[in-house]
Each structure stands twice: as C-alpha cells, then as structure tokens.
Design a protein around this ligand. Sequence first.
Ligand code: FAD
Length: 433
Amino acid sequence: MMNCASAGDRPNFELNAWLEDQPPRAPFPHVDSDLAADWLIVGAGFTGLAAAARLAELRPDDRIVLVDAARMGEGSGSRSSGFVVPLGHFAGSARDTAALYRLGKAGIDLIRQQVLAHAIDCDWNDTGRLIAARGTPGWRALTRIRRALDRAGAHYTPVSGEQIAHTTGMAGYLDGLRQDESLQVNPAKLLLGLVEALPPNVLVFERSPVQAIHPSNPWVADTPTGRITARRVLITNNANANQLGVANHRVFPMQTYIGVFQGNADAPECLGTEPNWGLTSVERVGSSLRRVKNQLFLRSAAVCGLPDETAPTHRLEAIVDLHRQAMAKRFPHQRLECVNLWSGSIGVSANGSQYFGQAKQGLYCSVGYNGHGIAQGTISGQLLADLALERDSELLTCVLRLPNPWWIPEPKILYPIVKRYIGWLNWRFRDEI
Ligand SMILES: Cc1cc2nc3c(=O)[nH]c(=O)nc-3n(C[C@H](O)[C@H](O)[C@H](O)COP(=O)(O)OP(=O)(O)OC[C@H]3O[C@@H](n4cnc5c(N)ncnc54)[C@H](O)[C@@H]3O)c2cc1C
C-alpha cells in the first residue's frame, strides 16, 4: 500500500486523502501478549466489521477478537473510491445476477441501518452512480450492463452524453445510465464509524498482522508480538487470504490506484452542475471518477500491480501520468493538478465470483469481491457469522449458491497471463481509460 501527496507538481508519499480533514484518532492497541477468545476475525475491513457486529449481536457473552494488519481507516476498504453498489459484476447468468443484486441491496440496507443507528458521519450521497461509455467497445459493454440490470430487476435511468457533460463537466462520453440505488460515501469515515460502533465484547487490535494460522483445537494464530487462540476463526482479509493458506488457487491480490485532482476553486462550474457525483466505467480497466466538492478522485485500473512487481518511483511517476492523461481527456480545457495518489489491494477471481464458506473445521472465509466489496463484503460478513453460528436464512442460501471462483494456476504461471489479459483489455477499451 502506498500514498503520494503533492509537493508542487510532483506527488510524494503521505496520508489517505479521505481522512485529510479529520482530527487525529486515538490508536487502537496492538496485540502485545498471548490472548484467548471464542472467535478470532482476521481483517477489519467491511467484511470483518460486519461479521464482528453480527457475532456480537447474537453471542453477547462471547469474547470476539478482531485484528487488522493496518491502522483502522488505512486498510484497502478505507482507500477505496467509496461507491456502494448493489451490483458490480455484470457477466453472470440471469440467476446469479439476480442473486448478487439481492445480496448487494441487502448490503446497502445493512450499511444504511448502521449509519442511521450510530449516526455515522460518512458524507452519504445517494444521488446514484453514472455508468458511461466513451468508445464503441465500451458502448457495447454498456448494452450488456443494461441487460444485466434488467435481468436483476435493478432500477436505472438512461442518460445521454450531453447530460453527462452537463452534470459532470466531462467531455467525450457517448452514452450512459444512472443506477439509482447506488450511493457514495467517504469510505474511511464510514469504516471508522463502524469500528467505533462495535459493542464492548469485540476487542479490536490494529497493527497486528496475523502471520500464520495453525489448525488445532482451538485454532492458533501468530502475530509478531503474541499468539491468539480461538475456537473459531473467520478469515476476512480479502486480497491477503492466500498468505494464510486460504482461497489458494481461487483468489489473488492486485493493487489498484486512485489519483486525487484539485479543481479550480474560482470556476467550480467546470466540474459540472452537481457538487458531488460519481461515474464508473463500463469496463474494469476504465477510469471511474468521483467529484467531492472541489476535488476529483480518479481510479484507473488500467495499471494494476501484481505481487511480483514492486512500485519504484519511476513506475509511480508513470502511474501519475496515466491518471493525468485520463483527466486531461475528460477536461481538455482545464489543467487539474494531481495532489495525491494512493493504492490499495483487491481480491480478484477469474470469473468474478467471491470465495465464501467453511474452508476447514472451525475456519470460515469470505474474500474476493473483485473491486466491488463495500456492499457485497458487508452482507457477506454478516452471513459468514450466520454460517458459523449455523443460522439458516434465504440470503445465506443465496450466497452459498453463487458459483465458486474458478481454479487458477500458481502465481508464476498466472501473473504473466493476467498481465497479457490486462494489456489486451487496455488496448480494446483504450477510450475508457
Ligand atoms: C483503489 C480501490 C478502489 C476501490 N473502490 C471501490 C468502490 O468504489 N466500491 C467498492 O465496493 N469497492 C471498492 N474497492 C474494493 C473494496 O475496497 C473491497 O472490495 C472491500 O474493501 C472489501 O472489504 P473487505 O473487508 O473484504 O476487505 P478489505 O477492505 O481489503 O479489508 C481487509 C483487511 O484485512 C487486513 N489484513 C490483510 N492481511 C491481514 C493479516 N494477515 N492480518 C490481519 N489483517 C490483515 C487489511 O489491512 C484490511 O484492512 C476498491 C479497492 C481499491 C483498492
């Protein structure tokens, strides 16, 4: 994970811009001695937090330990673009698309309930998200997305290229739609609010990476400064599950980047008529953008980091340049300064399916949302807790019936294939980048 913030024209490393205007937070403790618990949850992103809240609700007398490798508010979920979407994957069968949509909507409802119940200030914006295309292959992809939304029974309104230009100030979009049920949040503020809302039987530890888990009765998890024993373990560390020997050959990690650009304070109308808007691309390598007041957050997945690559400074400069070019295409008459660039990891599978279920006796796992896990991860975390507690529900049946992630080969064979595939997508959907 990395951060860069502007020093003149050249970005350099600093903090997560979503927390820029927030007061300093009191740290959570790190694991500094051996601990025993009824439950251990590894990873305090949206999935882990929802699992912890559910276990705490249904097992108020149990001791639940929730650990994260990073500081709260600095993990990948907090560095995401903050689109909370009911459906992020459009390629499945009619049945799977409808099931995913149902789960995604339940995830949004759960987040909404938590935000209201705990008065979480997370810059909630429910003006929907635009999904739009700039080139012909992108336009065809948009048609497929419309069909998928129709199959799922999802709400959307068509929008023309001119309407997009009016709303966002961006040039070059051909056609699009507004998906009304999606919303946008400040993901770091949401995540911190959810952590604060956990009841006292959840013990939260940050800066405590779990390095290995050992199957015994109870399970044992090693951190650098203490061992945690627990009867049951929930693995919710998304992109890093493989490091603990879970979801191997199913889900792999990838880095994606967000660049933050400063608008011209004297001409806010150049960024469109709405003070806050969000637009996602029709293709995964395309650029997604959010306007938050006078800043633009651009996520380009055209540059994805795989774990066999480091990110030396010259590569970061190239990534910043790619973000600048993407922005210049959309705002040809303005010079928008890139003030910040950061990355986070996502868990990816070959067919876009998440990994969910009981991996071994007493070990449960939900990871791999392919870059769309705020709503999906939230509902999956709750359902993972239900699975571990053997509580049946229609939604649990729904998630268990989703296709498993396809088998993938080991990294040294997989990564060159992924790079070639991304290269091809970048060429085919170059207008969307
Ligand atoms: C740049 C970017 C933009 C994104 N934009 C969106 C978006 O707009 N909308 C959307 O829905 N999704 C988006 N995503 C994806 C989204 O962040 C994830 O799908 C979502 O956060 C999944 O939640 P999670 O809790 O499963 O995993 P994560 O949020 O990744 O949380 C996993 C946690 O586990 C911790 N962890 C990892 N390894 C260990 C370990 N060994 N021990 C302890 N803790 C560990 C990590 O520190 C992390 O906090 C984006 C991701 C990135 C990187």
